[in-house]
Design a protein. Structure first.
Lengths: 351, 284
């Protein structure tokens, strides 16, 4: 007797695709809508988990686009331009709007320990004078424009729904005032973004992005890292569940409504039941190197052409895809060191 | 040696000089059609007599003289006339426009040329700094500036071909100082074609173009994404001396000062489009 599910591949069945396979071999990617060629210029942005993708691409010799160059100890090269972590969809949209002169927030400068910091990247650098900050920001926003215009692939990791916004003009800052620097001119309010709001943010961002770069391809991921803290009057576990669920829905809505926008399931690879949460460190928040390797191994396999060159998977839609993922690579000390260099500025909330 | 008459815009002078280069020993009389309206009937007739004595009169295809003995119709009854294309091209300077206050052409640092985006930003109440920040690829693409070159090229090809000319020699290059001031090399090429079409013998060698007198005038910058290279140096008329070249920030400030002195300005379609862009995209 046949059922509507009879001809579905093994990847459609929990037991065969998740419960039974070796956890390190679970591969939830069915197909990638496009491939990253070695000639493609790739840019990444997003929460701290996006930095893993950046590091892998650089290590693999791909053309990781850096448009704002400088010494690494000053946070250059972490992302293509020195914008720091971009946690929310509205922060990304506003970065574009600020870069292209569409938005000029009321708050331009925060103070921290006598220095001047940029409210939109307070952890990136501190400046002796306001003029120094403004000059650096002009260079920075120029580099941001270069990134949007020159990249062939833009990878964005959605990180948080909880945001802090200026009462003056809804400008989104990555960290609440007081966590890193303080405003002397504006008050800020807390906003936990809805799916509708975030989908609108991302839709607007991609539409604008393609005005300056019509052929750019976008890969969305959701950070598997739980919230360090919630401002909602509820348990952080509940807030984390909402945040990840909502971001995952946004990624789904956007990737299915735009051409050449893909969703890569790094979130599922790390948090999926198959590994019984073992990809997290003791703090149940930091992702272990094995988890990062699992994610990046699948990313390489499905999106990077050097792995495709090893030969197409003849059963891309069959169980064999789930049962034959790449062998996890041995973790080197260098990789461990790199993990510790991932800049998660939200951690200072709980410092 | 043949004698030529040339009637048209300021471009007629470049054509006349080029004729003398292509046909050594020839005489060429240029006439700026814009000056005719202020002439007496006698002066017009004297000029007409001079032109009808030429072997041929080259007249721009756009009629700028509406009555009297110097109209294309009047002259063609007495002398051979060939219409040639006037070079107007917005593809390299899509933001460059003329703006009127009533019948008065508004003058900026760039002479009769204004920026549609700057005027729209002024009308919207944006500061000079915020206006300057809009000079980027997003605004240019949204306003159709980047696509304008393809459309303008197609239009120019159609127009030139309709007159039996071609613009293929130069249209893919940077060839305009402003929307209506071509490089003299363009006029030189058009002159060569005019001679060939009208059957006059010319030097078959690669005759150098005459001095580009339009270099004395304003030169509008080519924006990012519009041309192969870009800059934001706004070069005014040579009579401005050391103050001739100013940057975008200064051009905006000076344009704002001009607009503040004016009453309600007529908004050409390009300004309306820029206003719509600002309304829909710029967070005030």
């Amino acid at each position: 007797m046949t059922t509507p599910y009879s001809h579905k591949p093994s990847s459609s069945f929990w037991r065969r695709a998740v419960a039974n396979p070796d956890p390190s071999t679970v591969d939830p990617v069915i197909e990638s809508p496009f491939i990253i060629e070695s000639s493609d210029r790739i840019a990444t942005a997003g929460s701290c988990f996006a930095q893993h993708i950046a590091r892998t691409l650089m290590r693999e010799g791909y053309r990781y686009l850096v448009t704002e160059e400088g010494p690494s100890e000053q946070n250059y090269g972490v992302f293509p331009a020195r914008f720091g972590n971009i946690y929310s969809t509205l922060q990304l949209l506003q970065l574009f709007q600020r870069a292209y002169g569409l938005f000029s927030p009321n708050d331009q400068v925060w103070r921290q320990d006598g220095a001047f910091v940029d409210p939109f990247r307070p952890q990136v650098s501190a400046f002796e004078t306001e003029e120094d900050l403004e000059a650096d920001r002009a260079r920075h926003l120029s580099a941001v424009r270069q990134m949007f215009e020159k990249s062939d692939i833009f990878v964005f990791t959605l990180g948080l729904t909880e945001t802090w916004m200026s009462k003056a003009d809804d400008a989104v800052v990555p960290l609440a005032p007081g966590v890193a620097g303080t405003s002397t001119s504006s008050e800020y309010y807390f906003s936990n973004r809805s799916v509708t709001q975030m989908s609108a943010d991302m839709s607007s961002f991609i539409t604008k992005l393609r005005v300056v770069n019509p052929t750019i391809k976008v890969i969305l991921t959701v950070s598997p890292v739980p919230l360090i803290a919630t401002f909602e009057p509820r348990h952080v576990l509940v807030s984390t569940c909402y945040s990840k669920s909502a971001l995952r829905v946004v990624a789904e809505e956007i990737s299915t409504s735009f051409d050449d926008v893909a969703y890569f399931p790094s979130y599922e690879i790390i948090t999926g039941h198959h590994n019984k949460y073992k990809y997290f460190a003791e703090d149940l928040r930091e992702v272990r190197p094995e988890g990062v390797d699992h994610v990046m191994g699948l990313f390489k396999r499905h999106y990077l052409n050097q792995d495709k060159a090893k030969g197409p998977n003849p059963e891309a839609h069959s169980a064999s895809q789930s049962s034959q993922p790449p062998t996890p690579q041995k973790i080197t000390q260098k990789e461990m060191d790199e993990l510790y260099h991932v800049i998660c500025d939200e951690e200072i909330i709980d410092a | 040696m043949p004698s030529f008459g040339v009637i048209g815009s300021c471009q007629a002078y470049g054509v006349a000089e080029s004729l003398k280069g292509w046909v050594p020993g020839a005489t060429a009389y240029p006439l700026n059609a814009g000056s005719v309206a202020a002439m007496s009937e006698d002066d017009q007739q004297q000029l007409a007599d001079k032109f009808t004595a030429c072997d041929i009169v080259y007249i721009e295809s756009v009629d700028r003289i509406s009555k009297g003995p110097l109209t294309a119709a009047a002259l063609s009854a007495k002398v051979r006339v060939l219409r040639y294309p006037v070079v107007v091209y917005t593809g390299l300077h899509p933001d460059c426009i003329h703006v009127y206050n009533g019948s008065q052409l508004i003058q900026t640092h760039m002479g009769p040329y204004n920026s549609a985006l700057v005027l729209a930003a002024f009308n919207a109440g944006l500061s000079p700094a915020r206006t300057e920040a809009l000079f980027n690829r997003f605004a240019f693409a949204s306003l159709g500036y980047i696509d304008q070159r393809e459309a303008a090229t197609a239009e120019m090809q159609r127009y030139f071909e309709g007159l039996g000319f071609t613009c293929m020699e130069f249209v893919d290059k940077i060839f305009m100082h402003t929307i209506n001031h071509p490089y003299v090399e363009v006029l030189h090429d058009i002159t060569k074609q005019a001679l060939d079409i009208s059957g006059f013998q010319r030097d078959q060698n690669d005759v150098p173009a005459p001095v580009d007198t339009l270099l004395e005038g304003a030169s509008w910058p080519i924006y990012d994404g519009v041309g192969e290279y870009s800059s934001y140096v706004f070069r005014g008329h040579a009579n401005k001396g050391e103050d001739r070249d100013i940057d975008l920030a200064e051009f905006i400030v000076r344009s704002f000062e001009v607009y503040k002195e004016m009453g309600t300005l007529l908004s050409p379609p390009a300004v309306e489009r820029a206003a719509e862009f600002i309304t829909s995209e710029v967070i005030m």
